[in-house]
Design a protein around this ligand. Structure first.
Ligand code: ACO
Length: 325
């Protein structure tokens, strides 16, 4: 029997770290009022990283991928599948995954494509790649979550611009006889498309509609806490595990209040949840692999432990995967 197993992880944050106070000062210059106290109390965010204007999502993805490849100890030419979860691709097309394949110098004509499920993107990517490996179609995959959300933030809208940051995380998933990804569950409900969207599109050489992120924060909050518990239980049940058997919960890092509520509902102590939202903000599809890499590298996550990943985001989409690390 073939499973897909994590061989290595990597991540990258652009060096431009912006604290709440720095952001507050910048916003004040344009007459937008916020404060460190408000941001910390409502979200748990203290800082985020913003990429320089000439740095694209594929540039962040490249460094995270190189680190994951090095950690896995594999030859990049053996990667026969690249999947990038992103909602801030370099271009309309070709996909960021194809651009990344070229930047990595991979010349083996393996498959490469993007997945667009906003903040659930990494959960969608893991589930998709796991299926492609289990079916025998691919053997060694680079799975990336990478975003430059700073590009779609309206810095005149204080209800959204304080929440997001840029970054990338990557894992190598490889065919193995040992169990790795144990189970996944994915869902969507397109009837909620309007509560979290960047509705602009290219038409006649210009962007028609808004190219900025729009969000009804309270509506997202209510849906998120409801579906995250359900999808976690669904994935755990498929994996034949109970919540107590989860060693580490890695939720999408959107808001500490949503994350803590899910952790509590699952009956897990807060210490078993990996938290990066304080330092990274919400990096959308990159948040889960960024947190995973951090906890692997600092020694918290060890081989053989059960890790529950779960995400929720625009679409509306949500999903979870249980991984034996
Ligand atoms: N600074 C100061 N005041 C602010 C700010 C700000 N940055 N933003 C909003 N406010 C004000 C509002 O104007 C409002 O003022 P009023 O009472 O005078 O009208 C007050 O703060 C409260 O606003 P609410 O929207 O009720 O605040 P809430 O407690 O709901 O927190 C938040 C807002 C943080 C957005 C919360 O709703 C949330 O986290 N929602 C979920 C968001 C989320 O998870 N999104 C990501 C999903 S992932 C993806 O796919 C991208």
């Amino acid at each position: 029997k073939v499973y897909s197993r994590v061989l290595g992880t990597g991540s990258y944050l652009p060096p431009g770290r912006v604290t709440n106070q720095q952001l507050t000062d910048r916003l004040a210059e344009r007459g937008v009022e916020t404060s460190d106290e408000w941001i910390v109390a409502r979200t748990g965010i203290r800082a985020r990283h913003f990429a320089e204007p000439d740095v694209a999502t594929s540039d962040l993805a490249l460094i995270a991928s190189q680190r994951a490849i090095e950690a896995a100890g594999i030859d990049p030419q053996s990667i026969d599948l690249i999947v990038v979860a992103t909602s801030t691709p370099d271009f309309v097309f070709p996909s960021t995954a194809c651009l990344l394949q070229d930047k990595l110098g991979i010349k083996n004509n393996g498959a490469a494509f993007d997945i667009q499920a906003v903040c659930s993107g990494f959960a969608y990517a893991v589930a998709t790649v796991d299926s492609l490996i289990r079916s025998g179609q691919h053997r060694t995959a680079l799975v990336v979550g990478a975003e430059t959300f700073s590009r779609i933030l309206d810095f005149n809208d204080r209800t959204t611009c304080v929440l997001f940051g840029d970054g990338a995380g990557a894992i190598i998933l490889s065919a193995s006889e040992e169990p790795g990804v144990l189970a996944s569950a994915l869902h969507a409900d397109g009837s909620h498309a309007g509560i979290l969207c960047t509705p602009g599109h290219v038409n006649g050489g210009v962007v028609a509609g808004s190219a900025f992120l729009h969000m009804d924060g309270q509506a997202v909050f209510k849906l998120a806490v409801n579906v995250l518990e359900k999808v976690a239980i669904e994935a755990l049940t498929k994996a034949d595990l109970s919540p107590e058997q989860v060693d580490w919960l890695i939720p999408h890092q959107a808001n500490i209040r949503i994350m803590s509520s899910t952790c509590r509902k699952l009956g897990l102590p807060q210490e078993r949840m990996v938290v990066t939202v304080d330092e990274h903000g919400n990096t959308s599809a990159a948040s889960i692999p960024l947190a995973l890499d951090l906890a692997v590298r600092d020694g918290r996550i060890k081989r053989g432990q059960n890790v529950l990943l779960e995400g929720v985001g625009g679409g509306f989409t949500w999903g979870a995967s249980v991984i034996r690390y």
